[in-house]
Write a protein that binds this ligand. Sequence first.
Ligand SMILES: [Zn+2]
Length: 119
Amino acid sequence: MHQTTLRAARPEPQRTCVGCRQRGDRSRLLRVVADRSGGPSVLLPDPGARLPGRGAWLHPEPACLDLAERRRAFPRALRLPGPIDAGAVREHLQQQAEPPHHEHSQSDRPTRTESGSSP
Ligand SMILES: [Zn+2]
């Protein structure tokens, strides 16, 4: 028995990333929810999309998390009155993304501030 189901009958539901605002397959985005049980709101990753409550969707990429934080997309998407701590989600993303073993970024070249318009 060899059944090839190349084309799924049901199209994948689409979600919009709160960071870059691009749409993507639901399975490729990470759902995040706000946990307000412990006082100040914290953002929690919900990889299984099982947690109750209002959720927001995000590409599992630090860049999109940065964008979302910068534009305060989480409080807006989650209907929260104030800012939310996304530390747990950032940690989750860092665990997902395997960093290169020997990271050696030497980019501290001296930046000269020349205002080169002297007469
Ligand atoms: Zn994104």
